[in-house]
Each structure stands twice: as C-alpha cells, then as structure tokens.
Design a protein around this ligand. Structure first.
Ligand code: SF4
Length: 299
C-alpha cells in the first residue's frame, strides 16, 4: 500500500544540522539525475496506490533547475507533488515569492518548511519564516515542520504562521543525530526496545529513493536497489518476513534485530531508534545490500 514516494534529489544541503539523519551538508555528494527521476516516476505509475511524490534532500532548492523539471514531469504524470525544504532561499518574503512562484504555477500541492532551533537560531526572523509567509501569499498549501528533543518539548517557543498546518516531531537519533545526542540524556537497556515506535513496518505507506537507487522504508534500511530491479518489482515482491533487517524489527523491534544479527548482547540507548541505528551501524558490512546508503551511516 505504498502511497508516497520521497525522491531525494541530493544529499547536499545549505545547512549542517546536528539532528540530520542523512549527514547532509554543503560537501555531501549524491545528486540524482533527471533521467533517474523520470525512470522512478514512470515506474511509480505502475504502483496502484502511489499518488504522492515528495521532493526532498538534503535541500532540494540547492538543485533548483532540476527541482522545477522534476515537478513538471511528476505533474505530467498526474501525481500530487509536495516539496520539503528549510527555506534558506528566502532571505526576504519577496525573494521567497520569486523562488516559490514557479512551484505554485506548476501545481505543487504542499510545501513543507522546517523552522526550529535546529535549523535557525532566530526562528522568528528566519529564511524559513519568510518562505512560509511567501507560500501563504501565493496561496500554496504549506506546512510548518518543527523538530525538538524528545521529552524537551519546546514547540511553544516556536512561531506558527496563520493558515499553515503544523507537524511537530521529535529528533530521531539516527545518522548524525545519533552522534550528537544531548548530554545527560538517560540511557536504557537494549532489551526494552521491543518494537519500532514510528513506522508501520508491516504496511509501508511511504518509501524513500535516492541517487544510488536505494529504496528505503526508514532512512538507511533498503528493500532493494532500483539500479538492479525496477521500482515496481521491488515494491510488488517485497516480503517483510524474508527481510533480514525488517523481519526481526517487525517481530521484536530493535532488540530482535540485536539477537538475530549480533553476538554482542549488551548496550544502552536513548530510545528505540537510537538502538536500531546503532546496531545497524555495527552490522552494515554484513548486510550491505539492505543497509544503505552509506550517507545515513556517516561514510
Ligand atoms: S530507526 Fe528503526 S526503530 Fe526507529 S523508526 Fe526506523 S525502523 Fe523503526
């Protein structure tokens, strides 16, 4: 029942956030081509419930001409299109309008813009805030995305924008975020992490795909590679019970992954995702077909 495909246009980003789960920054490689995007979009049309394409990154506006062409192609194939950004291009509301107007004209259905203390020190006057205001002025359906530390809910300090929807989420301790965990955060024994808290692993509705062809359920967990197998076949043939990473995660969560794949049954973690990611990082060489791209693991 895959309904959304998130196409990672690039791992490159204008910022270098501590909480980033794909190690994005200005030096990150991994740029997708328009040809690859076309292939993924055409294949996606064979997936019955797939209606939404999101373009993200990294920061997709660092590849602005490609982003516009990709949106055009997706719209021609009658997908709903969403774009995720940190809004860095909007130094003012009017520059935001300049960048966003072409997206509005192409019929982008949703723009998600991150504005929180991980992205900007001055959230009340940040490029993301200007971008949100620009999107509103253009009549685009816009969503403010705000991330905070688990258990340290400071959403109330973060500005909202009238008429924008809001997604409040907690940091996922995977990728770079796993290295930059807050000091003094209590750690818990691995045995208690017996289920995946965020994803419906059995009925995946959203997939990510990148320049390297990795088709991922959760960042860094691949169900196939679109360079080797067409996207539609990967989705159709996916059987979670035969997947060496997702199978144990479905049965017994990150603790199941530990018992099924390692002899080292020790360790303490902040939460289930921190546990899951840390184990995946340890076993990546043994399961390289299923654990990728390496960007998510800091290589
Ligand atoms: S990191 Fe692991 S435990 Fe967390 S959402 Fe992803 S699959 Fe689930």
């Amino acid at each position: 029942m895959v309904k959304q495909l998130h196409i990672i246009l690039t791992y490159n980003c204008s910022l270098r956030c501590h909480h980033c789960y794909v190690y994005s920054d200005q030096r990150a490689t991994g740029n997708i081509s328009l040809g690859q995007i076309s292939t993924y979009l055409n294949e996606g049309r064979k997936v019955p419930d797939l209606q939404w394409i999101f373009f993200g990154g990294g920061e997709p506006f660092t590849r602005y001409p490609l982003l516009l062409k990709a949106i055009q192609k997706a719209r021609k194939l009658n997908y709903y299109v969403g774009v995720e950004t940190n809004g860095y291009f909007a130094r003012t509301k009017s520059s935001g309008i300049q960048f966003l107007r072409p997206l509005a004209n192409l019929g982008v259905k949703e723009i998600r813009i991150s504005n929180d203390f991980f992205h900007y020190k001055k959230v009340e006057n940040s490029p993301a805030k200007h971008a949100l205001e620009a999107a509103q002025e253009l009549g685009m359906s816009s969503t403010l995305v705000r991330t905070s530390f688990p258990g340290n809910n400071n959403y109330s300090d973060l500005p909202t924008i009238s008429r924008a929807k809001v997604i409040d989420q907690e940091v996922m301790y995977i990728g770079r975020a796993a290295e930059t965990q807050p000091l003094g955060h209590p750690l818990m024994d691995w045995k208690i992490f017996s289920e995946c808290p965020r994803e419906d692993l059995y009925s995946v509705e959203r997939l990510f795909i990148d320049a390297y062809g990795y088709v991922q359920t959760c960042p860094g967990i691949a169900i196939g590679n679109a360079y080797q197998t067409p996207l539609n076949e990967i989705i159709t043939n996916f059987d979670i019970h035969n997947h060496p990473i997702l199978g144990p995660l479905l049965e017994n969560g990150p603790s199941g992954l530990i018992t099924d794949t390692t002899d080292n049954h020790e360790g303490q973690y902040i939460d289930a995702c921190h546990c899951c990611y840390s184990i995946r990082h340890q076993i990546i060489d043994d399961y390289s077909e299923w654990l990728g791209p390496r960007h998510v693991y800091g290589y």
